[in-house]
Design a binder for this molecule. Structure first.
Ligand code: BES
Ligand code: ZN
Ligand code: ZN
Length: 496
């Protein structure tokens, strides 16, 4: 596992903002309100052309203004991230900020602090000159923008949760960013094992290729055939003190996807170290849930392998008999994620009997084409589950769109010689037909408890966006942790 990352210290201080000593101050201008008591000393600022966004950094006055529309959670996250990015190179150690609290104090604090912590991530392991994070401390005053009385305990819980969410996200980002030479299936297994050694309530079991053979996981094994690195089926389990529900995450862990014999063109192959993002997110979720002590029994099932070329490679034209018995005609070896997931999903159902089953995968380029780089596709069979997930998980700031299955698209994965084909016969609707392929491996009793998240777009983006630096974003971690947090809160309310 990674060496412990130095995280910024965030301190809640029960004093007026003016009474707090710091090297710099961050001030949000809310909805263009330049006459608020927090806003003065604007220097040469041009009021007339002010549109309500943007940044005004005044190093000589040791303060930075950031425009923000309202107290929406994602506006708060983006504003603190924007402020951080604008001042991180300055020679300052401490930054102070007032409280900007919307309806819920805990959530507002959590969002604002997440913005700072998520923006401060960097992957500089391979840089010979590293830029140290200069800012060590964020000091948050309880003086509120709307003069609200801030409950210290609520604010502190928000800050604590933000630390956990950011740590889990950054842990996932580190895994995804790591290079394929280092990050093999065995390395993933080692990281999972170390996670279980660091947390008393996490267990880990690692299954090797012999186990996969004994389990007839032939689709998973086929993808691994041409790799010099053996595959691993990794099973992590977090046990809470009391569980509301058994939740199983299944993650696509392609430590490298060259496309196999249906080889990717060079410029599409680049970034395919990120094809392990689903598995990495599942690990981050287990870490976050354990730290937050969420009341769910949570499992992560990771299918870790490379997809490579060689004389021993699986081929287009092969037919694979999956663990569930469904036969699959391979028409393209680059549609490998669904093969690995087919066996892992089947294993997860029969071995773990999930009450909620969520798979996460960088599954299709089509999802990126359809939704853009920043949005994940949500698929499944239950409209209620999909929309509940979308609504609750969106509070994390992750973008999600529900993609609906239909019977016409179901026709497209038919095969002449096997039960199904691993690619669609049409060039259209590739994200959904991949989801429909996975659905073939979901047993009737689990149909309505299953969600498929295609995170191919946002998991890894070549340029910085929002509070994400270029590279891995940790997509899925925040969405799922927010979703589970909300389910836990609803359950608690229902009981009271
Ligand atoms: N890992 C890729 C999908 C992907 C593409 C992830 C771009 C992130 C960014 C997946 O294994 C793949 O290659 N899918 C093929 C499927 C096709 C052959 C049906 C694709 O999307 O082109
Ligand atoms: Zn592929
Ligand atoms: Zn892939």
């Amino acid at each position: 596992m990674k060496g412990k990352r130095e995280e910024m210290n965030v301190e809640l201080i029960d004093k007026k903002i003016a009474d707090i000593l710091a090297d710099y101050e961050v001030i949000f201008i809310v909805d263009k309100n330049l006459s608020h008591r927090f806003v003065d000393d604007l220097g040469e600022f041009d009021f007339h052309s002010y549109k309500g966004d943007g940044v005004l950094n005044l190093p000589s006055k040791r303060r930075i203004y950031v425009g923000i529309k309202n107290f929406d959670l994602n506006s708060l996250r983006l504003a603190s991230a924007t402020a951080f990015n604008a001042i991180k190179e300055l020679n300052i150690k401490s930054v102070k900020i007032a409280s900007y609290s919307g309806d819920c104090v805990k959530m507002s604090f959590e969002a604002m602090v997440e913005g700072f912590l998520l923006a401060s991530y960097k992957f500089d392991k391979y840089k010979s000159e590293k830029k140290e994070n200069k800012i060590e401390k964020i000091l948050i005053s309880t003086e509120d923008y709307n003069s609200k009385k801030i409950a210290l305990d609520e604010a502190q819980i928000g800050i604590d949760h933000a630390h956990i969410i950011a740590e889990a996200t950054n842990f996932t980002r580190d895994i995804v960013n790591e290079i394929p030479e280092i990050y093999t299936p065995q390395k993933m297994a080692e990281d999972a094992k170390n996670l279980s050694l660091s947390y008393a309530n996490i267990e880990c079991a690692i299954h090797d290729e012999n186990y996969l053979k004994s389990q007839n996981m032939n689709a998973f094994l086929a993808v691994n055939k041409a790799s010099i690195h053996p595959p691993r089926l990794i099973h992590l389990k977090y046990t809470p003190k009391q569980s509301i529900k058994r939740v199983v995450f299944v993650g696509k862990g392609l430590t490298y996807d060259s496309g196999g014999l249906s080889l990717k063109p060079a410029d599409y192959m680049l970034t395919m170290k990120s094809d392990k993002s689903g598995a990495a997110a599942a690990m981050g979720i287990i870490m976050g849930a354990a730290k937050m002590e969420l009341p769910f029994e949570i499992h992560a099932v990771l299918g870790a392998t490379e997809n490579m070329i060689g004389g021993n490679a699986y081929k287009p034209d092969d037919v694979l008999i999956t663990r569930s018995g469904v036969s699959v005609e391979v028409k393209n070896t680059d549609a490998e994620g669904r093969l690995v997931l087919a066996d892992c999903l089947d294993w997860a159902q029969s071995e773990l009997d999930p009450e909620l089953l969520i798979d996460m995968a960088t599954l299709t380029g089509a999802c990126v084409v359809g939704l853009g780089e920043y949005t994940s596709g949500v698929m499944g069979n239950s409209y209620e589950l999909q929309s509940e997930f979308k609504n609750y998980a969106s509070r994390s700031g992750e973008y999600l769109t529900v993609l609906e299955f239909n019977d016409h698209l179901k026709e497209l994965i038919k095969s002449d010689i096997a039960d199904i084909s691993n690619i669609s016969s049409s060039r259209y609707g590739g994200a959904i037909t991949a989801g429909i392929f996975l659905d073939k491996f979901i047993k009737d009793e689990y149909k309505d408890r299953w969600l498929h998240l295609d995170i191919a777009g946002p998991a890894y983006v070549n340029k910085a966006w929002g509070y994400n630096p270029a590279g891995a974003s940790g997509t899925g971690v925040r969405a799922c942790l927010y979703y589970l947090q909300k389910l836990a809160r609803n359950h608690q309310k229902g009981q009271n």
